[in-house]
Design a binder for this molecule. Structure first.
Ligand code: GRF
Length: 208
């Protein structure tokens, strides 16, 4: 059984998609061990509480320095002994020590087709604003392993979504979530939980 930590900052609709997929059997061999938020008011924490899942808040704001936060964050995560860390809208930079220790065991969902509209500055609505400003006709979402760069790790799954003529960033964000994020994040977890993902030379292979 793959034990997951899901890291969140906001509404937690991706967390909900994971919980629903586990309930409905679309994800097998996995369970959510802990939900961690950097924001005490995140609705995602209520979703976890409602399911009886352990949950906690840890924020850099409560520490003297980033080093102190990074050290305690890693210590707390380690204490849950999880196999996979899922970044589901988590807005805090992952400490380099955590990336090294959890190599190919941290995944992130990004709301565009990487390598477009990703990297520094592209988060939340800014991604969708960028897509609309460029006049792109297709966007989507990407699940990838987390490495030391921003959105540069090995790509696991991607799904395309059409941009429509009158989209606002909010409307496009919602469509990308519904049509892509809530599908490929659970799918990627299921593939990992069932041993079908390997990483070779920085590229992901999916076993048939
Ligand atoms: C999603 O759009 C995700 O791609 C981005 O942050 C958002 C999180 O939404 N990184 P939610 O908290 O899962 O509802």
């Amino acid at each position: 059984m793959l034990k997951l930590a899901v890291l969140v900052s906001g509404g937690g609709t991706n967390l909900q998609a994971i919980l629903d997929a586990i309930d409905h059997g679309a994800i097998t061999n996995a369970q959510v061990e802990v939900v961690i938020s950097n924001n005490a008011g995140a609705y995602a924490l209520e979703r976890a509480a409602g399911k009886g899942i352990r949950h906690l808040c840890i924020s850099p704001k409560d520490y003297e320095s980033r080093e102190a936060f990074n050290e305690d964050f890693l210590r707390q995560l380690d204490s849950y002994q999880v196999d996979l860390v899922v970044l589901a809208g988590f807005l805090v930079v992952i400490p380099p020590e955590m990336i090294a220790k959890y190599r190919n065991r941290i995944i992130n969902i990004h709301p565009s087709l990487i390598p477009s509209f990703c990297g520094k500055g592209y988060y939340g609505l800014k991604v969708h604003e960028g897509v609309l400003a460029r006049g792109a006709k297709v966007t989507g979402a990407t699940v990838h392993f987390v490495d030391e760069g921003t959105d540069t790790g090995p790509i696991i799954l991607q799904k395309a979504v059409e941009v429509q003529q009158n989209d606002t960033p909010e409307v496009l964000q919602r469509r990308v979530m519904e049509q892509a994020e809530w599908k490929i994040l659970p799918q990627a977890i299921d593939l990992i939980a069932n041993g079908r993902i390997t990483v070779e030379d920085g590229r992901v292979r999916i076993a048939e």
